[in-house]
Design a protein. Structure first.
Length: 158
């Protein structure tokens, strides 16, 4: 749910000096992945995002403002549930790192990514553990409507 300029700023920060990735190309891939949310029969996206991700400045003040506005806009889609995990939630299992669970009628996998690679976890026990973590994160996070209000306050402060 990123704007292209925000995605470029995040990608640029994630790479060390001496390595020059195709920032625009990688950002464009992220933009194309988002198109599925606007398709005729879109999947449901349920995201729990740390407050830190909303407050960490990438690309400057205006880039962050547009990114926050995008999140508010996307959170209004009927197929998107966006919850913010506030700092006041304290420590939580999500601090171990981010992950994405992909579920269809036939398949469930967990994707864990880092700087250079990604792992697809398919074992039922691994998926179950990640499902439990996600359940705990959802329970600790603000509701979808409170999350939208939280982001709107950040926009008004920027």
């Amino acid at each position: 749910m990123q704007t292209k300029e925000y995605a470029c700023a995040v990608i640029e920060c994630g790479f060390f000096q001496g390595f020059s990735p195709d920032v625009d190309g990688l950002a464009e891939i992220r933009m194309r992945r988002q198109l599925v949310l606007d398709s005729e029969d879109p999947p449901h996206l349920w995201a729990v995002v740390s407050e830190a991700a909303l407050r960490q400045q990438f690309g400057g003040r205006e880039v962050m403002r547009r990114q926050l506005e995008r999140l508010v806009q996307r959170s209004r889609l009927p197929n998107v549930t966006l919850q913010i995990l506030p700092f006041t939630a304290g420590g939580h299992a999500g601090l171990n790192g981010s992950f994405t669970t992909l579920t269809t009628t036939d398949l469930s996998v967990v994707l864990v990514e880092n700087l250079t690679t990604g792992w697809y976890l398919e074992a039922s026990e691994e998926i179950r553990r990640h499902d439990i973590v996600f359940d705990h994160l959802r329970a600790a996070a603000l509701s979808a409507s409170d999350s939208r209000s939280f982001i709107e306050r950040l926009v008004s402060e920027s």
